[in-house]
Write a protein that binds this ligand. Structure first.
Ligand code: ZN
Ligand code: ZN
Length: 354
């Protein structure tokens, strides 16, 4: 089904128009990414408004919407009100999670239709991916895999985390990244106990764990992966913790299939870590969904009640973080199938000692 048809199916007797303001939902509805703009969806017609910087690519790339240019004489509110009148809109559903208070106040004051929060409905479709969306995510994940294999030989004792981060970003773009899905996490030594630490001036040394959590954007879709590698050597404790995290991830992946709740998958992975005595050092959830955004629902965490469906996506990222010592996280992205899952991350997961 075309995404625009999914949006149209949301329109009923009460809400007869959608106001798409976020880049994500405009991208999803138009199946084409324009950095800035506003779109309106109704059963009588759909219009997409953007300014002169984007108008040419919008006219060439957007299907299913009438594309119109905003300028000083024709600001967004004027064009929106024309559409509201032309299409007989009385109630517009809007994305309350992606609108500033100032923007909402402006729309409430100036638009000639009532506004109702509709984020849940507008975003509800995105959890189950279309096959073409999964193809883009596989491509994004492939770029991430390639970047990882190319950055490994660049890791040397004496370089700083920031220098390694620069190499990693270079490897991502060199292999086809069109953007980064988030600021990479590159931490070393004791900093690896910070699940979302930030790269700094610390010099990487022999005996360090190095955790790299990174992802790219490819045609608007995100990849996400984490690998923890050791430089020079790893102590027995480092190997034990690494292996525990790996076994936890494999247990989570083994429990991953359509028809189970996210929390069951989290529990399968968490059990391995808890049984090994590290339960209190795994503070975050096992997995999050992703797609156009790096963090989407549903989640595979202890509160994940939603039953997972075929073509949903989740990260698989257990970790153990020992404060002041080191931490390990291993992250893949998997696609739910009827009887299991497809792991779309292909980088090796055995402990790599460089
Ligand atoms: Zn990640
Ligand atoms: Zn993640």
């Amino acid at each position: 089904m075309k995404n625009i048809e999914k949006y149209l199916s949301l329109l009923n007797g009460e809400v007869n128009g959608l106001l798409l303001t976020s880049r994500y939902s405009r991208h999803y509805g138009a199946e084409f990414d324009i950095a800035e703009g506003v779109a309106i969806v109704t059963k009588k017609g759909c219009r997409y408004f953007t300014d002169s910087r984007y108008i040419e690519s919008a006219e060439n790339g957007i299907k299913g919407f009438e594309v119109m240019m905003v300028d000083r004489e024709n600001p967004f509110n004027k064009l929106l009100n024309e559409a509201i009148e032309d299409f007989g809109v009385t109630v517009l559903g809007y994305e309350e999670n992606y609108l500033t208070v100032a923007e909402l106040l402006d729309y409430e004051k100036n638009l000639k239709a009532a506004l109702v929060p509709y984020n849940k409905e507008i975003y509800g479709f995105r959890a189950v991916k279309e096959d073409w969306e999964l193809d883009l995510m596989r491509k994004a994940q492939d770029i991430t895999d390639k970047a990882f294999s190319e950055v490994l030989p660049r890791i040397k004792a004496g370089m700083t985390e920031l220098e390694l981060q620069a190499e990693l970003i270079y490897c991502m773009y060199k292999n086809g990244a069109q953007g980064l899905s988030f600021d990479p996490i590159v931490v070393s030594g004791p900093n690896t106990s910070l699940p979302h630490g930030v790269a700094g001036e610390r010099v990487i040394r022999e005996g360090d764990f190095i955790t790299m959590d990174f992802g790219v954007l490819y045609q608007g879709y995100c990849s996400d992966m984490t690998r923890t590698v050791a430089l020079g050597y790893a102590t027995d404790e480092m190997k034990e913790v690494y292996n525990t995290v790996l076994q936890a991830q494999l247990a989570g992946i083994a429990a991953t299939k359509a028809g189970v709740a996210g929390k069951e998958i989290d529990a399968a992975a968490r059990k391995v870590i808890t049984d090994a005595g590290y339960g209190k050092f795994f503070g975050h959830g096992y997995g999050h969904s992703l797609g156009l955004e790096i963090h989407e629902g549903p989640n595979c965490n202890p509160g994940g009640d939603r039953i997972m469906e075929v073509n949903m996506v989740s990260s698989a990222e257990p970790g153990i973080y020992l404060p002041g010592k080191f931490g390990v996280r291993i992250e893949d992205v998997v696609v739910f199938t009827a009887d299991g899952c497809e792991d779309i991350t292909h980088s090796p997961k055995n402990l790599i000692i460089i």
